[in-house]
Ligand binder design. Structure first.
Ligand SMILES: [Zn+2]
Length: 244
């Protein structure tokens, strides 16, 4: 029966854990950059939409001001006609028309004033959103820089850990290597289960005394319940070698 020391299995678990952590950090970087890019694009879109709203309202307001000027000119014309009119009926008609025109102009003036206020508010909103966008841009640049800087270190750390893994794997029986690699693909670092008391550290099933004895002899033992590779904690091995 093949043997591998608990020490090697503990190292193996640590390396697999480190590899998983490193891969996680390596893949997190580009996700953070993408999220930053998205935040910038989103605020930029808000700025554009506010600017478009401002433009549309400004055009409407300009149109209404032109309209108001035309209506005021018309009113002047009507007042001139009022002064020149000859009959009472005509006078009354003009008087009513002038009153109606004045009323309509007052409504138009209110609308123009309302638009001016809303334009002022839009200018403030644009400024505020531009600040948010600039801040998002700065954050994004910082993140990109940080991720770039970290990436190199993480890659070389991964290369180092991968080398260490190859070193530890040397001397593993071929069938065990294939089996544990399959387990790692499914369970990650938990594919190697530290024995906790007399239970499997991954599935917590109680181990038989025969299994425990095999472990003390550094035999390769798979948990009968979850299939993971079992190994003893550091103090357990020492204690077993003390009694030998
Ligand atoms: Zn188990």
């Amino acid at each position: 029966m093949s043997t591998i020391t608990a020490d090697k299995l503990r190292r193996l678990r640590r390396i697999i854990q480190q590899t998983a952590d490193l891969n996680d950090r390596i893949s997190r970087g580009p996700r953070q950059v993408a999220a930053g890019q998205h935040a910038v694009a989103q605020t930029e879109e808000q700025v554009l939409s506010l600017k478009n709203a401002w433009k549309t309202m400004r055009m409407q307001s300009d149109d209404q001001q032109v309209q108001l000027k035309q209506r005021e000119a018309k009113l002047v014309d009507l007042e001139r006609k009022l002064n020149e009119c000859k009959t009472n009926t005509e006078f009354k008609l003009l008087k009513d028309q002038i009153a109606a025109e004045r009323q309509a102009n007052a409504v138009l003036e209110d609308e123009i004033l309302d638009k001016m206020e809303r334009l002022d508010q839009l200018v403030l909103d644009i400024q505020k959103t531009e600040q948010l966008r600039d801040r998002a841009q700065q954050e994004h640049e910082k993140t990109t820089q940080r991720v770039e800087q970290e990436s190199e270190g993480l890659q070389s750390e991964l290369a180092r850990v991968t080398n260490e893994l190859q070193e530890v794997e040397q001397g593993f029986p071929a069938d065990f290597r294939a089996e544990y690699q399959r387990l790692v693909r499914t369970h990650g670092p938990d594919a190697l289960a530290p024995v906790d008391g007399e239970t499997c550290g991954t599935c917590h099933t109680t181990l038989s005394s025969q299994t425990m004895n095999q472990l003390y002899l550094s035999r390769i033992v798979f948990c009968k319940s979850c299939g993971c590779v079992l190994f003893l904690a550091e103090d357990r091995v020492r204690r077993s070698s003390d009694t030998e």
